[in-house]
Design a protein around this ligand. Structure first.
Ligand SMILES: C[S@@+](CC[C@H](N)C(=O)[O-])C[C@H]1O[C@@H](n2cnc3c(N)ncnc32)[C@H](O)[C@@H]1O
Length: 483
């Protein structure tokens, strides 16, 4: 049997000891695989509420527009029972039921739950127990959808709420096999691997109905996956769901709220009739293209530098360091509504030339506190160089990365923004930029492109700002001069 995790020292010992058989080792390894699967299920087993399942099946046109349906991560069987309920099956027609509906699930506890749910449903329709058990056992297959072979071209409808779990969180043994099997463009998250595999498995004319977190539609890490899916599918429909009511956790599982995802329900169709999907972020709301110019073509957009922990390159008012080497900073805590408070801290401005002894002495006394990622070969340089680029000699616009809405704030000349939580837009008159950012068409784009975080907050990155298309009316009239 194939070894499913790297050999551990104990395995070797068991192999060498008299009586330590290969079978024992295989059992041990299999047990470990079950432990890994239980951990993945613990993290991903978030089930779909019945109304959302019904809505997805409606959108898929099941069963009128499908012959065979697969749920590749069946959980407790919610999709399977809903799909069966819509079929007009004769009593005890095991062959009819198993031909049309199938589910994979790799966590044995969930396999048992799903089989029980299918059994109870069929018994409720008047089936005999024997026929209901046979159908339930066949419909719900104990199988790993990602790591084990799956027949392609059998199912013309895939209906799924795929697991959502980053590569880095996978248990080590499972991860080794996962990385060996799943192609690079689909590896970063179980969700990506599920999407990729589903596209390979479904029939050529088949549809894929999904309830997923929205991030794969927007993230730069899923560009290649989107591009590949987009060569075969368009998005027939997409709808935001309420995470609070669309999901629940099985009672047997850890207490707690469902994870912080921003779910959508969407249908991928091979007919070309939907909205195109491609490498670029997929906006959830189809909007007419804005007639305008990308912000990146008319302004400078920079992420504020990170200078390391306070006390090294960032000092308070009583540092005693020479004022000509200090620059007043702005960090997110200095923002009060839509204004910037007076300076409370200063940054040491150093460049390639060796600074005076008093600065060097300060750095030598404090650099111990700099994490490795902030250390430079030239010890008097901060983790991210800003001299020559910032601070700016005229007012500019600061955009907090985490906010409820895209917001511009006047950044006074001479103040240095620090911290990756801030983005600076310069090169245009401040009033023009503030008006551009406030424009409802720009706000709508920012809303579509940004990732929701929590409590109504969203993430407005420098990449997002560069993509914003500024309506032409902001560029006409008084010519916008680049400074
Ligand atoms: C998000 S839940 C969805 C369950 C169900 N379809 C629903 O929506 O209520 C995903 C399920 O997929 C299962 N799963 C995760 N990875 C799997 C894999 N590689 N093969 C089979 N099942 C898997 C998990 O155990 C979990 O029960």
């Amino acid at each position: 049997m194939r070894e499913l995790r790297p050999r551990q020292p104990n395995d070797e010992r068991r192999l060498m000891q008299p009586g330590g058989t290969t079978e024992q080792l295989s059992l041990d390894v299999l047990d470990q695989r079950q432990i890994d699967i239980a951990a993945i299920h613990q993290g991903t087993g978030i089930y779909t509420a019945a109304p959302e399942i019904e809505a997805l099946l409606d959108q898929l046109g099941w069963p009128a527009q499908g012959r065979r349906l697969l749920d590749p991560g069946a959980g407790n069987g919610g999709f399977l029972v809903a799909a069966l309920r819509r079929l007009d099956l004769a009593l005890d027609d095991v062959e009819g039921a198993t031909r049309r509906v199938h589910g994979y699930e790799f966590y044995r506890g969930a396999v048992a739950d799903a089989r029980r749910a299918v059994f109870e449903h069929l018994c409720g329709r008047g089936w005999t127990s024997a026929a209901a058990w046979r159908a339930a056992n066949e419909i719900v297959e104990d199988h790993d959808y990602l790591l084990s072979p799956v027949p392609a071209g059998v199912w013309d409808v895939i209906a799924a709420n795929p697991p959502y779990w980053r590569l880095a969180n996978l248990p080590a043994g499972y991860r080794i096999d996962y990385e060996a099997i799943v192609p690079a463009h689909a590896r970063a998250d179980l969700l990506y691997a599920y999407l990729d595999r589903s596209a390979d498995v479904v029939t050529r004319d088949g549809h894929i109905g999904l309830i997923t977190a929205d991030r794969w539609l927007l993230n730069s890490g899923s560009r290649e996956l989107r591009r590949r899916l987009g060569t075969r599918y368009t998005v027939a429909s997409v709808r935001r769901l309420d995470a609070g009511s669309a999901f629940y956790r099985s009672k047997a599982r850890r207490r707690g709220t469902v994870s912080r995802v921003h779910p959508v329900s969407l249908i991928l169709t091979p007919t070309g009739s939907g909205r195109p999907l491609g490498a670029e972020p997929f906006r959830l709301t189809a909007r007419p293209a804005v007639d305008g110019v990308p912000l990146r073509d008319i302004a400078e957009i920079r992420l504020a530098p990170w200078l390391g922990p306070d006390g090294i390159f960032v000092v308070g008012p009583d540092s005693g360091l020479p004022a000509e080497h200090l620059v007043p900073i702005v960090e997110p805590a200095d923002i009060d509504g839509e204004t910037v408070r007076p300076p409370r801290k200063w940054a040491l401005a150093t460049d390639a030339t060796e600074p005076p002894p008093v600065i060097l002495a300060h750095l030598d006394a404090t650099l111990d506190c700099m994490p490795n990622r902030g250390r430079r070969a030239v010890r008097w340089l901060p983790p991210e160089t800003f001299t020559g680029r910032l601070p700016l000699d005229r007012d500019a616009v600061l955009v907090p990365r985490i906010a409820r809405r895209l917001t511009g704030i006047r950044l006074p000349a001479g103040r240095l923004p620090i911290n990756h939580g801030l983005v600076v837009i310069s090169g245009l008159p401040v009033e023009s930029v503030l008006a551009m950012l406030d424009d409802p068409e720009v706000q709508a784009q920012a809303n579509d492109l940004s990732l929701g975080i929590d409590n109504g907050y969203r993430s407005f990155t420098a990449t997002l700002l560069r993509q914003l298309v500024i309506p032409r009316r902001h560029l006409t009239g008084d010519p916008v001069s680049r400074s």
